[in-house]
Design a protein around this ligand. Sequence first.
Ligand code: NAP
Length: 247
Amino acid sequence: MNIPTLFNLTGHTALVTGSSRGIGRAIALGLAECGAKVAVHGTKPGKALDEALASVPRSIAVTGDLSDPEVPARLVAEVKPDILVANASIQIRKPWAEVTQAEAEQQMQVNFHATVRMIQAAVPAMRAKKWGRILTIGSVQQQRPHPDMIVYAASKSALENLVRNLAKQLGPDGITINNLAPGVILTDRNTAALSDEVYAARVRDMVPLRFFGESQDCVGAALLLCSDAGRYITGVDVRVDGGMGLP
Ligand code: NAP
């Protein structure tokens, strides 16, 4: 057995949505270091996307707001990925009784419906090759929903359900689909909330390993699930959360 060969992604093309920053950028870099050609993605051109493009070898950049229903299929048509990492999400934090219909729809559109549309667009080419990797990015909120993020948390549980459903249907074509569920990972989205030291200490106490993760902590699991090293793994939910999602 040659372990590096199992992780070698030379000849493969990956689309990682929301890879201008954070966890997506780290996964994009990991895939590129394993040899894949990677499309980094952000909502629009700008400094973050330029930096991602510069830091990820051989990458190309694509843009588009996934709340626009036309964008998912367009991104897949531009990139033609055989590795799809549906990482982009939006998160609206407010008391459950105040969430508007528009806010609920926007979160479901970006976090769930856009993922379904990208999978629908990407699978025919993966089927033709008899090889494909789909990775959705969930959240510890599948297990521990935050009281002020009811729609976001539900959208992540919906992804995990989708993964179990599609794994059975895509398996015969050599396509695996899995969900990676991060816990608290230090990125732009939680910098403000965690700058409150009292709140941060309370959250840290909920993590059995007693520290917050970095984006790169998600990369090992992503590479396993996107390569031939993980060819016999499908339909699973891999928690990268320091144990926070444990019952
Ligand atoms: P982040 O740092 O907030 O970055 C978000 C990324 O998504 C950016 O690339 C952003 O592009 C893109 N994006 C935002 N809105 C979008 C839209 N409407 N359409 C298309 N792209 C959009 O995110 P992160 O913290 O790395 O999170 C990555 C994934 O992990 C998400 O699915 C998140 O739910 C999940 N997660 C994160 C944590 C955590 O603690 N960080 C915990 C659990 C789960 P721009 O640069 O153009 O804005």
